[in-house]
Design a protein around this ligand. Sequence first.
Ligand SMILES: CC(C)(COP(=O)(O)OP(=O)(O)OC[C@H]1O[C@@H](n2cnc3c(N)ncnc32)[C@H](O)[C@@H]1OP(=O)(O)O)[C@@H](O)C(=O)NCCC(=O)NCCS
Length: 290
Amino acid sequence: MERVDYRGPAHLRDMQSLVQRLWSPESRWHVGDVAWGRFAIPGAESGFRTSVWSESGAIAAWGWAELPGDLSMVVDPDYGGLADQVLAWFQSVARADTLSVTALQTETHLCDALEAAGYSVDRSAPYFTHHLMTLDNLPDTALPVGFAVRHVELHEAQQRAAVHRVGWSDFGSRVSTDSYQEVMAAWPYRADLDWVVEAPDGGWVASALAWLDDLNQVGLLEPVGCAPAYRRRGLARAVNVAALHALRRAGATRAVVAPRGDAAYPVPGRLYRSIGFQPGPRTVTYRRHA
Ligand SMILES: CC(C)(COP(=O)(O)OP(=O)(O)OC[C@H]1O[C@@H](n2cnc3c(N)ncnc32)[C@H](O)[C@@H]1OP(=O)(O)O)[C@@H](O)C(=O)NCCC(=O)NCCS
């Protein structure tokens, strides 16, 4: 087994190919998450440490540390002991007193390796609940009078980043025009899967970015937002439904989305369940002292 440090965007495709090969409704990562997580936040890359493990040229695992002490990982369960190698590498690059690793509860090969390495579940940590739906019976897109829904064009990164920021203003989003351009340049971004709501004055007020994993015919919604001044009018539902229709036209048969599942932030889960998504497995955060 060979480990190499991340070598830039071309290497991301290797990481995504592993995600695609292993994807099931019980996987934490979708190819779209990988692209969004890598490029959306300007400057975030300098705090990433990433390694990829392969055997005879076949990618078997990756570890993606966010300094000082958080790790995400994808490991082919057919390679016994490989998760231990990823955790040992993480320990060598992390700079925190407490190490945190998040997995989906169904990724038992990761959960077992974490427990064996001395990690324990942080039961008070926020978590995300994966939601899944099939796309065969989608509702129609319904909008208040004067509003319109459409997909963006590649030259609209500035406006697109701005509507994302206003939707996420409660959390102080840093997504910029430049970083959105990087998202747009990343595989498998498609402008025809990137949807916005236009208000009667032409301004953009809600957005939903959908990603297609063509191999597994599964879409992902990530991220979704609506400007605070326009909430509770059905705009987020409408832009999501439009994005789901676009995913279906592009060949997806089902879609996933991962809102918070804990009681501290219940609204997005309600939104997705109102569209027809059904809750599935949740993420679990493990921690240990370094
Ligand atoms: C979550 C968010 C996108 C909802 O946008 P919205 O346009 O207000 O949502 P909608 O009006 O389309 O609501 C659709 C359904 O979601 C649920 N919902 C939305 N807001 C709600 C609230 N504040 N309280 C309870 N339920 C709510 C309801 O079931 C609603 O249907 P109803 O109005 O017929 O009862 C918006 O609050 C937001 O941008 N939040 C910050 C970013 C974020 O958290 N994004 C989602 C991350 S996964």
